[in-house]
Write a protein that binds this ligand. Structure first.
Ligand code: SF4
Ligand code: SF4
Length: 442
């Protein structure tokens, strides 16, 4: 007897008559007209399409398919590349009003090559035989003082000697100073934040104590791209600056950045991670942000040349005609992501690094590990979180962020729910007509 799949997600398309149905276990998505939707509602699965596409299933067979894909997911994660963040300092030369690290207490960083040596010793033995790369993170890793330049140069030369690429997450103000060092190193990409066009960015991301930063960053991005280095341009978005997205996109297109090999972009949602924001009213929920993005893209389609939001599975559906692989766990912390700092501490990821109560061990001066806490992070997936086990969104949501879940509920093994249906609906209304054809936006 066929039953509706546990993982069907259904929402209205623009005209309110046709619906989109998607199923992440079987990778399928289709548009249903009102007659087909009527069949679905009454469990009339006589048309073989329902079973072929995975929307109607024999429950035992679905359970088997779930188990098989889950085992494949775990196996492939064991061979996935690991991202190892290293924080050389928590100090920063910017005074961004939304910085989640601004309340971290930070002792002055001391140039300490022995810590860098210990880091490479630790990752060499702990992650022996695994594909991996490093990421310099902060605070701001690219500070102008000579000690900072020496420490970063030393780190990058050791990474190169170990055959490891390094990505750098920077505010971008001192890129030109660091360019000679970066050119000699194995750099995967440099992530730089621009929060809008000149006026908007300068207001949000000034130097500490005041001072504009936009022009210096833009020159730095030009210098990186001219040197053939990859740039990942990030814009952190809330209601204060999202209106600047169309102009920033036009600026990047005019500059030729969007055509440069190795240039990519990401939009980050400004949100409360650990502490209250100075301007909490400006923060968007995920639903609000994606709705606003849809409106902006409809008015200014050139934004898509600069950045195309994923809207969960909808971008993949638009580009590849199918859904991405089922996501059994969206939180890489302590699995394919770890973070380390110059004080010798080990953390799960960038969301927890620098928080004293999140330390999971040390790699300097001695190696220590809090095994129980680490296991808690490593066990987290949609089967370990009770609420996720019966959730029809689970294979798209993946259980959300472990750090947000812990901040909200006191434990990593709790859900951080994502509004999958609402966001996907917004994306589907942007990219598809009610008949399921691609919408022409240009
Ligand atoms: S806790 Fe959140 S930020 Fe950290 S790895 Fe998991 S999903 Fe990413
Ligand atoms: S975190 Fe919430 S939305 Fe996500 S899979 Fe779990 S229960 Fe579903």
């Amino acid at each position: 007897m066929l039953k509706k799949s546990k993982y069907n997600i259904i929402f209205d398309l623009e005209n309110g008559e046709s619906k989109m149905i998607a199923n992440s276990l079987y990778g399928a998505a289709d548009v249903l007209n009102s007659s087909e939707y009527g069949q679905y509602q009454t469990d009339d699965f006589s048309d073989p399409m329902w079973r072929e596409r995975g929307y109607a299933v024999v429950p035992e067979e679905e359970q088997q398919a779930f188990q098989t894909q889950y085992m494949d997911f775990i196996d492939s994660r064991d061979t996935e590349e690991i991202q190892l963040f290293f924080v050389p300092t928590y100090n920063c030369n910017f005074g961004c009003d939304y910085c989640y690290q601004s309340e971290y207490t930070s002792s002055a960083s001391v140039y300490e090559p022995a810590v860098v040596d210990a880091f490479f010793d630790y990752i060499g033995s702990e992650f022996a035989g695994r594909k991996k790369y490093c990421t310099l993170f902060g605070g701001e890793p690219l500070l102008p003082n000579e000690k900072a330049v020496q420490l970063v140069s030393y780190f990058l030369s050791k990474a190169k000697a170990h055959g490891l690429e390094t990505a750098i997450v920077t505010n971008g103000f001192h890129l030109k100073k660091y360019l000679p060092v970066l050119k000699e190193s194995l750099i995967r990409e440099v992530q730089v934040t621009l929060d809008g066009t000149r006026e908007v960015h300068n207001k949000r991301r000034p130097l500490k104590g005041g001072g504009n930063t936009f022009d210096e960053i833009v020159e730095g991005v030009d210098a990186l791209l001219n040197a053939g280095l990859s740039v990942n341009l990030r814009m952190v978005v809330d209601s204060d600056n999202i209106g600047s997205l169309a102009d920033l996109a036009a600026f990047a297109i005019d500059k030729g950045w969007t055509k440069a090999p190795g240039f990519k972009t990401q939009l980050g949602r400004n949100y409360e991670l650990h502490s209250c924001q100075k301007n909490g009213q400006a923060l968007y929920s995920r639903v609000q942000m994606y709705e606003e993005l849809k409106d902006l893209i409809e008015k200014h389609p050139h934004i898509l040349e600069f950045h195309t939001p994923s809207f969960h599975f909808v971008k993949s559906l638009r580009d590849n005609g199918e859904l991405p692989a089922a996501l059994f766990d969206s939180c890489p912390g302590c699995k394919t992501e770890w973070a380390f700092d110059y004080q010798g501490n080990i953390y799960s990821c960038t969301a927890t690094v620098g928080k004293q109560d999140e330390v999971l061990g040390t790699f300097f001066p001695h190696v220590t590990k809090h095994d129980d806490d680490i296991e808690g992070w490593q066990d987290r997936d949609i089967l370990a979180i009770e609420k996720c086990r019966d959730c029809n969104l689970a294979l798209v949501c993946g259980g959300g962020c472990g750090s947000v879940a812990k901040n909200q509920n006191g434990s990593v093994s709790t859900p951080d729910c994502r509004p999958v249906k609402e966001v996907a609906q917004t994306g589907a209304r942007l990219f598809f007509t009610p008949d399921g054809e691609l919408r022409r936006l240009k």
